[in-house]
Design a protein around this ligand. Structure first.
Ligand code: URA
Length: 434
């Protein structure tokens, strides 16, 4: 075997690494024989010279196989997983998981926690009193059997190579690399064991990849990996040029998801949910997208998706009385109204800034093990192309301390753009890659 320094040199020159060289790299980094400084150099070389689809598939499979691969075969039917590349106010899993399950798609899903300025489904679920996301394999299967859906936390054994490599990328400025993001996400999706995969690839100023063409390139790479690994994979691009819905923050988003499941969700959230749920149902039932979309809408209208949601909460140990009466969920002790500083149409929102501000209020973590304040966050009153006057309330900030609200309000000052004319509406639903 070549020395690892030779492989770094090869990649630096933009040459293709073989499958065995890539396995050697992933295994060597996980067992400690390749040190951080050499792996950092390799990651930077990948950032600059990229990887072709053969290399990318080999990297993803080596990362998948660094831990255990879930066997979901005891669950009958076609299991369809869904993954978002991250966003602000993105509570879609809480809605489309129950919708898909209500339409007969078994949803046996592992989700993650918030990352950077983005929120995570597991944190949102844990904001429901009593609800557990650390179910054993037996409990997980039982919950899917009883409710048709279970959303559990990622086990430590899920693609551990990704955990190690991600932590190194985080401190070596190598997170924003399309092949590295694609391999990171797909290694976890393939290890989670579903039969088919739906990817919600977010794009815009509140996504990890902000440029549309780059997001499309990421979607194509992930679909190529899934397909090469034998799993039908569909990617839907969706916009993060403004927060999704009005609520940002864990309990606040659960409340908005409850409204959505009752058919009263904000328009943008419902459009994204209808589209994503339709993809899941179309994949799982092998029916045309339009027919699947009608089924998805029907599941909300009939109340079946709401019943499934309640059953999911119950199966995971959550107290459903809070879901029936969400006003009982603990409210933040401090709320302040954030007001417009000028007159005009809101023409831009710095979505990442809203995620950072929500984190500052207590809805996110700045370090891995920081506790989350489940009641903290932001509820928007206005979004892009709303006409407002100086002094109008733009958002309510929910937090535990007045100083945090003041700091977040300071951040929001830089997050809005105003004009005396409307702007192009946000194009919420983008391309589909199959
Ligand atoms: N999410 C992931 O899981 N990995 C990345 O690299 C980026 C976003």
């Amino acid at each position: 075997m070549e020395r690892f320094v030779d492989l770094i040199h090869k990649k630096k020159l933009g040459r293709e690494l073989s499958g065995s060289e890539i396995s050697y790299m992933v295994e060597g980094y996980c067992n400690g024989s390749i040190p951080d400084y050499q792996m950092s150099a390799m990651l930077m070389a990948i950032c600059f010279t990229g990887m072709n689809d053969r290399e990318l598939t080999a990297l993803t499979l080596a990362m998948r196989d660094s831990g255990s691969v879930s066997d979901l075969s005891p669950i009958r039917g076609i299991k369809v997983d869904k993954h978002s590349t991250g966003g602000v106010g993105d509570k879609t899993t809480l809605i489309i998981g129950p919708v898909a399950a209500a339409c007969g798609i078994p949803v046996a899903k592992m989700s993650g926690r918030g990352l950077g300025f983005t929120g995570g489904t597991i944190d949102k679920l844990e904001s429901i009193p009593g609800l557990r996301t650390d179910l054993s394999a037996a409990e997980f299967f039982q919950a899917v059997h009883n409710a048709g859906i279970c959303v559990n936390g990622q086990t430590d054994d899920l693609a551990p190579a990704d955990k190690r490599i991600y932590a190194l990328r985080d401190v070596t400025a190598t997170v924003e690399s399309i092949p590295l993001i694609a391999a990171s996400i797909m290694s976890k999706k393939l290890a989670a064991g579903s039969d088919k995969i739906l990817l919600d690839v977010t794009t815009g100023n509140g996504a990890f990849i902000k440029d549309y063409e780059q997001s499309l390139a990421l979607a194509r790479k992930m679909v190529a990996i899934g397909t090469n690994a034998g799993k039908q994979t569909v990617a839907q691009l969706t916009s993060m040029d403004e927060p999704l819905g009005f609520a940002i923050g864990n309990n606040l988003e659960v409340k908005e998801a409850i409204d959505a499941l009752h058919g009263n969700g904000p328009d943008d959230l419902m459009r994204v949910c209808d589209t994503l749920a339709a993809h899941m149902i179309s994949l799982g039932k092998e029916i045309p997208f339009k027919q699947a979309e009608t089924e998805a809408k029907g599941a909300i209208k009939s109340g079946r998706a709401w019943e499934v949601f309640l059953s999911m909460v119950e199966q995971q140990g959550g107290d459903t009385s809070y879901m029936e009466h969400p006003e009982k969920l603990p409210a933040a002790p401090v709320t302040i109204e954030y007001r417009a500083k000028e007159d005009g149409y809101i023409t831009s929102m710095d979505t990442e800034g809203f995620g950072v501000a929500a984190g500052l209020l207590g809805a996110g973590r700045s370090r891995k093990d920081d506790p989350i304040d489940f009641s903290a966050g932001i509820v928007l009153r206005h979004k892009i192309n709303d006409l407002v006057q100086r002094g109008d309330v733009l958002a309510t900030l929910h937090t535990s301390k007045k100083e945090l609200a003041e700091a977040a309000a300071g951040l929001l000052d830089g997050c809005y753009g105003f004009s005396d004319r409307e702007t192009e509406p946000v194009k919420l639903i983008g391309d589909v890659v199959r």
